[in-house]
Write a protein that binds this ligand. Structure first.
Ligand code: GLP
Length: 241
């Protein structure tokens, strides 16, 4: 459908165009998660592209986590949410790339004094004000993660302007994170967290702490999240030195 209409043909960047075209198809849900893509051979015949080009486009999307390849069975749109660990993206961006429209339900959006733990994480002096955002994050009415973010009030003086994407707001404030340190830990979700995430108490979860920085080294956020372990895969590309 869309693929055949996209001008994904002219060399030499054909594979990049094809990659974009396939991403478009997934974003528009022309092929649903779990469904198969046409075979490499069919794609190359249909689009008049070499097998090498098709393979290159597909393997890029497999690395990004948008597609899965099952040996002998073909290429599928990934069902679980696969989050590449090496890219500093936001929840909203990750889900939009999969054609989903995320939303947040806030239980807290306030300004308060920094706690001792936060002051260490954010490198702030005691007494300084911070914005606190507590929310459950949904896609298609399904809760996917709980997030608690702390941002210096000097960067985000009014947390209520964050309706959905924190990073989008930070971007408009000229404070989009440029670098982050992230820690992942396996946890079993407590009763309250499990209830918020609509899973049985004790289910597997991923506890993620992210500290993001601006170019000048200032910490812009300290976020603690609990992601559902039954939905999320975190993947990283590893390289030798
Ligand atoms: C991810 C990160 C958080 C970050 C959030 C921003 O979930 N783990 O550290 O705060 O993205 O997402 P958004 O811009 O959608 O609010």
């Amino acid at each position: 459908r869309r693929l055949s209409r996209d001008p994904a043909t002219s060399q030499p960047l054909a594979y990049l165009r094809l990659r974009r075209a396939i991403r478009n198809v997934v974003e528009h849900r022309d092929i649903e998660p779990g469904q198969a893509l046409p075979s490499e051979r069919d794609l190359s015949r249909l689009l008049q592209l070499s097998r090498v080009t098709v393979r290159k486009a597909i393997s890029g999307l497999v690395e990004e986590g948008l597609l899965n390849q099952r040996h002998g069975a073909g290429t599928f749109v990934a069902e679980r949410i696969i989050k590449p660990m090496s890219r500093l993206t936001s929840f909203t961006e990750d889900l939009r790339a999969r054609g989903l429209n995320p939303r947040s339900e806030f239980s807290e959006r306030i300004i308060g004094e920094v706690t001792p733990e936060e002051s260490m994480a954010l490198n702030l002096s005691p007494g300084v004000l911070v914005a606190r955002l507590h929310r459950v994050r949904y896609a298609k009415e399904e809760p996917l993660a709980i997030e608690r973010s702390v941002v210096p009030a000097s960067i985000l003086p009014d947390p209520t302007i964050v309706q959905d994407s924190l990073y989008q707001i930070l971007e408009t404030l000229g404070a989009r994170p440029r670098r982050a340190l992230q820690r992942l830990r396996a946890v079993s979700l407590g009763a309250q967290q499990a209830r918020l995430l609509h899973v049985p108490a004790g289910s597997a979860g991923l506890n993620i702490e992210r500290r993001s920085f601006l170019d000048d080294g200032r910490v812009v956020e300290f976020t603690t999240s609990w992601y559902r372990g039954d939905i999320y895969d975190f993947v990283a590309e590893l390289q030798t030195d």
